[in-house]
Design a binder for this molecule. Structure first.
Ligand SMILES: [Zn+2]
Length: 306
């Protein structure tokens, strides 16, 4: 059993613009938290006429840092990976300042109003990109070419962007070096998530640049462990249900006993995502609607009882 080779060391300073490669620079916004790690890493791609990816939150000191880093340059595209509050709110103001447009997959499925847990930094409900883009769309500027990859799972509208010249992927919240990602129904989907991890792995990128924290330097090994972790988790959840455990909350207490309690509500949503995936695979069932508080039973036992 291989554990995920998490990497938590991250060399950064708020507001400082770091050069990461010939074409990539990054500024980290001062919005640390349990889901954002040290904050939102905003990527600037190219030189002179540049693209900005996930400009982050609207905070005066962050705006000043971005303006300073972009001095004398023109932003031609503002790309967004998804509609979470730590990623997209600065997209429109930045695009307006530079006279360009915002690009993304589109609005996500709205979370129910009575959703008991604020996921991540929350949804940027007003987010709608100027240009709605599809999987495979290609954009370019001087010396850079970005390909959009629709990667639903974390959210239904999640997009990754591949930089062709460096064979790297800006992977948003799809993959993080320091942590697993949150997959929360109904907008998040575990089946989609797993197949999009497999897809990214098959592309054999040289490096992944997530929005939060450090880069993933060995994507193939990392993604292999990342996928195996989810499959193990799903098998453990099925195991608990087969042992007679019917409630998601109780499964979380058992399987996430070593995890920060602040993350348990999010973990419940992750377990819920696996539960829905197990239902879709015909392995478990529930008498009514699949909900967080519903009761779940293995299909095999029901078959026996009949
Ligand atoms: Zn997110």
């Amino acid at each position: 059993m291989t554990a995920i080779p998490f990497k938590k060391d991250f060399d950064f300073e708020y507001g400082r613009c770091d050069r990461l490669s010939a074409r990539i620079r990054r500024i980290v916004a001062p919005n640390p938290g349990p889901f954002t790690y040290t904050g939102t890493g905003v990527y600037i791609i190219g030189e002179g006429e540049v693209a900005v990816l996930d400009p982050g939150p609207v905070m005066p000191e962050h705006i000043a840092a971005l303006d300073k880093a972009l001095e004398g340059e023109r932003v031609t595209h503002v790309f967004v990976t998804h509609h979470h509050l730590d990623h997209s709110p600065m997209a429109k103001p930045l695009a307006q300042k530079h006279g360009c447009q915002t690009y993304g997959y589109g609005p996500a499925q709205a979370m129910p109003e009575d959703c008991e847990v604020r996921m991540e930094a929350g949804d940027d409900r007003g987010f709608t990109p100027d240009v709605l883009i599809q999987d495979g769309a290609v954009f370019s500027g001087p010396n850079w070419t970005l390909e959009a990859l629709h990667t639903p799972g974390h959210t239904s509208n999640h997009m990754c962007y591949a930089l062709k010249e460096e064979n790297i992927l800006f992977c948003g919240d799809h993959v993080m070096a320091w942590s697993t990602s949150v997959v929360s129904p109904p907008d998040g989907d575990m089946g989609d998530y797993l197949s999009q991890l497999e897809r990214i792995r098959a592309r054999q990128f040289a490096r992944l640049w997530p929005t939060h924290g450090p880069a993933v330097d060995e994507p193939d090994a990392f993604l292999g462990a990342y996928i195996a972790h989810r499959r193990r988790r799903e098998a453990a959840i099925l195991g608990e249900i087969e042992k007679g455990q019917t409630q998601i909350r109780a499964i979380v207490e058992t399987l996430y006993s070593d995890v920060d309690k602040r993350l348990h509500p999010a973990a419940a949503h992750s377990v819920f995502a696996h539960v829905i995936h197990l239902i879709k695979q015909g392995k478990i069932t529930t008498p009514g609607a699949a909900e967080l508080g519903a009761q779940y039973h293995p299909v095999s036992q029901i078959a026996h009882a009949l």
